[in-house]
Every structure is written in C-alpha cells, then in structure tokens.
Ligand binder design. Structure first.
Ligand code: GLU
Length: 273
C-alpha cells in the first residue's frame, strides 16, 4: 500500500516536471523543439530534396533555433507557401516562418515579425533569348506570372494594373510555365529568381532582368504579440550577423547562384513592438 502511494507520488512529480520542462505556461513556446515554416521549392533559400533541407532561410532558421535551445534534429520543417504563411502562424501549425517573408503593415495585423534579416528587391525572370522585357514598364501585352498572397503579385496589381497577371500557388510552377512559353515573365524577389536561373536544368534558358523595383525586408514571422519570442529571435539574428555566420550563409547559398546582396545588407533588425 505504502509503496503504491510512493509510486503514485513519484509519477505525479515526474509528470509535473516533464510538463514544466515543456514550457507549460499558457502562450509560451516549447523551445526544445520548433516547428518552422519554410519554402520547399526555392533553390538557395528554402529547398527540400528528399529529407534534406537547404538554403539561406534554412540556415537562418537553424541558427535562430540553436540560440533558442533547439538542436537541428528537433526542428520540424513545414512547407509554408506564400498565401498560407499568416494562417500557419495563427493556427499554431508552425512557431516560426522563415520563408522569403516580407515585413508589411497588412501582415503585421495578423502576425508579428522579427527582423529584417535580409533585404531583397522585386525583379523579373525571362527566357534567355528575350530582349523585349527590360523592366515592368515593358510588360504591355505580355503575360506575367507570380504567386497568390505574395507582395510580388500585389505590387504588380497596384503599380502595373494593365499587365496580364497569372497567379499560381508556388514560384516553381511559374518557372515551369515560363520555360514552356505559357507565360512571358515571372516576377518576385531577385534572390528567388537568381536561384532558379542558376539551376542546372535551366542553364542557358533563363535570365534575371536585373533591375529591382521594390525593397523586400525579410522577417521571421511568429504569433502576433509574442514579444518574448520576438525579442529572442531578434537577438539571434543580431548574433548571426555579428559572428560572421550570416555572411557565410549568404555566400554559400546566394553567392553560389551569382547573387550579390544589395546595399543595405546586412540590415539592422528593428525592435519588436
Ligand atoms: N518576399 C515576397 C513576399 O513575402 C515575395 C516572395 C514570397 O512570396 O515568398 O510576399
């Protein structure tokens, strides 16, 4: 009888201990494991090949996770297509989104951002033999491809309303359509476009126009109002820039595609609000 009581007491203690080790308290994140949303089809940024995840966003996310106490084997990578990022954060499917995710006021109504950790610019990708498309102003009568829920598509609708825009769910679908001549150009961040242009399968077939016409501040998306987590992520970004890991990740992932980080990089992350 006595033994049973001791056993029960021990079990209760163990349960309580393991609960508190999980972070327990309402709203806090379990930092010994993280669910992180990335792109799965953007070479140089977020790419899934089998069980291997590579790219600048993957390196940034892995670094941040490390600073939060999460080892790489405790990261669950989840695909976060452009139009689903806010929802994935809001419903708790992911703790962080590190997915070429521009910080905007509209998105800030639903999620919080740490960063920026990189500044890119919107550009155009065309077929290598196309000399007619020199910038967004030269898109009259052409079909342009972009992705639903992206700032890229929004900017075109707002600033170039006459352009015929086709929206897909992912940029790799746009690339396939561009190569197959179903569309004439693809617009999104120059980082992403450089990654596709450098892929062996498209060698000599595609080129980036090279005249960026917006500023895209990449942030780490997280649950709105979680200032504690936001501050920790911000500190991690600052540490990554300060200790040289940021530059290494830029060179290894974006430099490999011939991409040069534009002026303003590395950025100074903004305070969390
Ligand atoms: N950075 C832009 C955005 O957040 C375009 C790239 C993307 O769709 O991921 O919408």
């Amino acid at each position: 009888m006595m033994l049973k009581k001791i056993a029960a007491a021990l079990a209760a203690t163990t349960l309580a201990l393991s609960l508190s080790a999980c972070g327990g308290g309402a709203g806090s994140t379990n930092l010994s494991a993280l669910k992180i949303g990335i792109k799965f089809d953007q070479p140089g940024l977020g790419l899934k090949e089998g069980e291997k995840y590579t790219g600048f966003d993957v390196d940034v996310a892995t670094y941040i996770a490390g600073k939060l106490g999460t080892t790489p084997d405790k990261i669950t990578w989840t695909q976060a297509p452009s139009a689903q990022r806010e929802t994935l954060i809001e419903n708790g499917t992911v703790d962080l989104v590190v997915a070429t995710y521009s910080i905007t006021d509209t998105r800030k109504e639903k999620v919080s951002f740490a960063g920026p950790y990189f500044i890119a610019g919107q550009d155009l990708l065309v077929r290598a033999d196309d000399t007619s498309i020199t910038g967004p102003q030269a898109l009259k009568g052409k079909t342009l491809c972009s992705v639903t829920g992206s700032t890229s598509a929004q900017n075109v609708k707002k600033d170039y309303p006459d352009v015929q825009l086709r929206e897909f769910g992912t940029y790799s679908e746009c690339v396939a359509a561009l190569v197959a001549k179903g569309v004439d150009a693809l617009t999104t961040d120059d980082t992403i476009l450089a990654g596709y242009a450098a892929q062996a399968q498209y060698a000599g077939k595609l080129k980036v126009v090279g005249k960026p016409f917006t500023k895209e501040n990449y942030g780490v998306g997280l649950k709105k109002g979680n200032t504690d987590l936001c501050n920790k992520v911000t500190d991690a970004i600052k540490a990554m820039i300060a200790d040289g890991s940021w530059q290494k990740a830029v060179d290894a992932n974006l430099g490999a595609a011939g991409y040069k980080a534009p002026a303003g990089n590395p950025p100074t992350p903004a305070p969390c609000s």
